[in-house]
Design a protein around this ligand. Sequence first.
Ligand code: CO
Length: 305
Amino acid sequence: MRSSLTRPGLRKIASLILLLGLLALSQAAWAAHGEARPEKRGVLLVAFGTSVAGADAAYVNIEKKLKEEIPGVEVRWAYSSKIVRHKLAGGEKPVKLDSPAEALAKMMDEDFTHVAVQSLQTIPGQEFHALSETARSFSGMPKGMKKVAVGLPLLATTQDLTRVADALAQSAPKERKVGEAVVFVGHGTKHPANVYYPGLQYYLWKKDRLAFVGTVEGSPTREDVLAELAESNVKKAYLVPLLAVAGDHAHNDIAGDEPGSWKTVLTKAGIACVPVLKGTAESDAVAAIWVDHVKAALAQLGTDK
Ligand code: CO
């Protein structure tokens, strides 16, 4: 300090040059550490998953529709069910499916900056809320994605319910005759979002008085539906899964031959049953609603860099 007082001009210039040099270096290092990362957008489709061979045709249909609507979109997949993932990984032809967190971590590593996570659940129940929390924890993670948005499940807004009611009414089996019913059987849950099933029934009845909604584990129960069928004097019903894919629940709880299945119980009650083993995601009209939810999630990501 004393010497700088003796030759102040020269010292000051020297330290200024040094300071500027350091600044330039640190700026270069800052830029090299990826601040100017190019934007990379992608979609992560998240389903519960299925280990039933061929049932994933419904998932394939959603991806196909999405790619038709948004050409060039980067799509990744995750299954939220650990049981299903482990079953697939341990099968004869092992298939490795990611959990939502694994898939998001991989997308981080692949330098995605903006990701729309789309729930392929039917209602915003437990599975959807768990997915939202996972997605939220990845949004803005250091060295990761700048933004992650979550697309709503099939039934979310009132407009979704009217659109789904339309789509289901249209997709009812063509061979169905007057007086024959169609029963859409969903999963059902103790979660408050179970109310979407009776909600959907309201809009479905506006389209078709002989179209019913039931659930395996919630309300309306099978007894509720049986009472409605009896009141309408129905003698034949088509049983259609209100599930994205016709997996385990569709094959066993709805269409199975075991004593507790919908087919068995309704048949015993004098109603001839025709199970239709197709997931809702196989219907283009239903898939279109999910695709619109992906678009809304992408829009939510905005255009900020
Ligand atoms: Co289940």
